[in-house]
Every structure is written in C-alpha cells, then in structure tokens.
Design a protein around this ligand. Structure first.
Ligand SMILES: [Fe+2]
Ligand SMILES: [Fe+2]
Length: 423
C-alpha cells in the first residue's frame, strides 16, 4: 500500500521530499498562502486543525511568484520558503512543500489540490484557510471543483463579517461542499501587519517564531528601502547547491571568486562580479524541457539553433531567472550573465570580467588555450577577452557559434586598432 502510494505521488510531479513525507498519510491538511511572512496565527490554526481533525500531516504550501504581479512585489520565494521551513521545523507533523514555488506560471489552488489528489488517492484532503479568505471562496478558480477535492477547514479571525461568512457557508453547503469551523482561538495577526511593523523597525518577536523573527532581522526583510533587493548571493548559492551537479556547483563558486578577483584587478564592482559569477550558469544544469519552458515563460526567443541545442540560451534564461526568481535588478549584472558565453559588441568591464572568469577559473583543465587566456588575464583584460573569443570562433566545429561572438570579436579588434591609431 505504501509503495503504490509513493509511486502515484511521484507521477503527479510532486517534489521528492513531499513524496517521502506523504507516503502512508491518510488525512492531509493543506495550508496555502504567500507566507510573506508566516506568523503565529498560521501556526496556531494549523496545529488546531491537526489535533481536531487528527491529521497525519499538515502541508504548508508557499505560493509561487506570479511573474506579472500587480502592485508590490512578493518577497522572493526562496526566502518565504526558508521562513516557513524555520517556523514549522519543530513540529514533526508539519511539512513545507515546494510544489507551487517550482511550478511554471501562475498557480491556482485547484491545480495544487488536483496534483495532491492524484498523488494521494484514498486520502482525505483538508484545506485550511482563514475566515476572511474563505469569504471570497466562491470567486476562486473552479470553485465547485475545489469543494469536491477537499473539505474546507475555516479558522475565524477577529473582525470577520459574520453575516457574509454565514451566507457563503450556506452557498458552499448547497453545492455539497464540506466545511468545518475550527475551534481555535482567533489570533489577530496578519502578514501585512507584520510587514508594517518590520518596515517601521518595530519588533515582530512573539508574533512569529523566534527563528523567523531572527531571519527577518538578519536579512533586513520588509525594510522600505530594501523591499526591491535581490536574494543575497549566499542564499542563491544554497539554492544552486540543490539544483546543480556537484561539478557545476564547484565551477559556479570558482567563477564567482575568480570574477571578484579580476574585478578588483581591473576596477569593476567586486560585489556585482561575485553575484554575476554565482548566477552565470543558473540555467545551465537544467534539463532541456525545463530550460525551454522557462524560456517561453520569460519571453526568451528560441531560434532554430536553440531549439536543437537549448543549452545555447542558458545565459539568456539565466539572466531572466536572476531577474524573476532572485529579484536581481542591476542591468550590468544581468548583462554579464546574459552574455557570459557569447560576448557582444560594446561589453562593459563587468561583462568582460565574467566571460574571462568563466573561461579560466582554476577548476578548468590546464589546456593550452586556458593557460594562454590566464596569462593575458593578469595584465590585459581586453587581450584575454579577444583570446577567449578567438578560441570560441576556432572551435566552431558543429556550427553552434552564436553570431554575437564573431561580432564581439570584430568590435574588440577594431576598437583596439583605432585606440592604437589615436595614440
Ligand atoms: Fe555558462
Ligand atoms: Fe560557466
């Protein structure tokens, strides 16, 4: 029984950690939300539901980052996931799922419930939600399908419009929806009030677990001027460690360190060089289908050559991942990621630094061309770029050279020639 359960969970495309956690569960609670940030109100409701409904596991599912979200940006998913993980770590019945964070495009509750339903046939699903959100449930996508997939567990919150709630409950019951009002002390905490407090420098301790409060403080989340900042480089590294092969991850770290060293040598921004180095191959290890689906999602053009060899656009897709998934806004950093393999005419110093660092970082084998670019890199950044581009052009055996590389090469040779003529 347990085995077949595990297999069907895998088939539904659930992350592997969920597969392990859900196998054998009979009664599963589901807490959806942006968890921006998670707070004690969420946790108290989840624990009440667990006890009252004898749930085997409560799955916390942080919502994905809608690409074209109206209004204020959400905190990057990686950070919301980490806060949710910290908050729930001490409860063995709680588990955090990446299912919505990993899914492409906008995610609807009905899709997630369907995935869970097909992954866990024969289990009972309980969707736990606050009364204020539930009052709106009839406007959710495919509302009538929702009620068939899961029972609704509703936690009250002070200030809920009781009359409106009663009307919604009556309507849902008329559609054969199952609703359970949770006997849970109403906690008047909301994520938005918590963000407001953090933005004003007020404490959030005791409104959310200590480790979450510490995380918010450490990462300076929700401070007004920090609202648009990207995921810190070290957090991005932690994420890449899980998505890249061990070899590529070593290469990534090595490029970042080498790029920072070259930046110091040639007067480019060291922090940006390090960040671009970490991000440069973010899309490289992805399986082709995932790379192409990300390209479509972010509007990256897939030309004929790229359709045949998707890895050719890993720089372009990596830059879009940096923008959309890690919140990077610095255009120079994004360009350095975008053009790190091809180069382009008119490269900035940072772009040159990252291209060269990728070519020569110490874990690269000591081939003749690598040794030669390494030698240039110590005294002549442009020389190193030209030498690396020359090699890329010469190596064009399977006609997979990007036209930008040829253009970049000609541009650099021309500028250097005209600079010489000027002096
Ligand atoms: Fe690359
Ligand atoms: Fe690379």
């Amino acid at each position: 029984m347990k085995k077949s359960n595990e297999e069907s969970i895998k088939k539904a495309g659930l992350p592997e950690t969920d597969t392990v956690r859900l196998a054998g569960a009979k009664r599963i609670g589901i807490m959806g939300g942006t968890f921006d940030p998670i707070h004690n109100g969420h946790l108290a409701a989840a624990e009440s539901a667990r006890a009252e409904l004898r749930l085997d596991v409560v799955l916390f599912i942080p919502a994905g980052n809608p690409v074209f979200k109206q209004g204020k940006p959400l905190t990057p998913g990686a950070l919301r996931f980490e806060m949710t993980r910290l908050a729930t770590a001490s409860n063995p019945a709680f588990h955090v799922s990446r299912i919505e964070l990993d899914r492409e495009g906008v995610t609807y509750t009905v899709d997630t419930l369907r995935a869970l339903r097909s992954a866990c046939p024969g289990t009972q699903l309980f969707f736990i939600t606050g009364a204020d959100a539930f009052a709106d449930v009839l406007r959710w996508r495919e509302a009538s399908a929702l009620f068939k997939l899961a029972a609704f567990v509703v936690a009250g919150r002070p200030g809920t419009d009781r009359k409106q709630l009663k009307e919604v409950i009556a309507k849902v019951r008329a559609m054969n929806g199952r609703i359970k009002m949770l006997d849970c002390p109403a906690v008047d905490i909301s994520s938005s009030s918590l963000r407001g407090r953090a933005a004003s420098g007020l404490p959030v301790r005791y409104l959310t677990p200590d480790n979450v409060a510490g995380f918010i403080e450490e990462h300076r989340l929700y401070l007004k001027e920090r609202r648009n900042e990207h995921v810190p480089a070290d957090e991005i590294l932690k994420i890449l460690r899980n998505t890249q092969s061990a070899k590529r991850f070593e290469h990534t770290k090595s490029v970042a360190v080498e790029a920072r060293r070259l930046a110091a040598l040639y007067g480019a921004d060291e922090e940006n060089a390090y960040l671009a180095g970490i991000l440069h191959d973010a899309a490289r290890g992805l399986p082709d289908d995932k790379l192409l689906s990300k390209a479509r999602r972010y509007g990256v053009e897939i030309n004929g050559v790229a359709a045949k060899r998707p890895s050719l656009i890993h720089g372009l897709v990596g830059a879009e991942m940096a923008r959309h998934e890690f919140g990077v806004r610095n255009q120079d950093v994004l360009n350095a990621v975008m053009y790190h393999t091809t180069g382009r005419p008119g490269m900035s110093k940072l772009e040159k630094v990252v291209l060269v660092a990728d070519y020569i970082e110490p874990t690269r084998p000591d081939r003749e061309d690598v040794i030669s670019v390494r030698a240039f890199a110590e005294t002549d950044l442009d020389g190193a770029v030209i030498r690396a581009l020359t090699e890329k052009i010469a190596f064009n055996r399977d006609n997979s050279l990007h036209p930008l590389s040829q253009q970049a090469y000609e541009y650099m040779v021309d500028t250097i020639k005209s600079e010489k003529e000027d002096t």
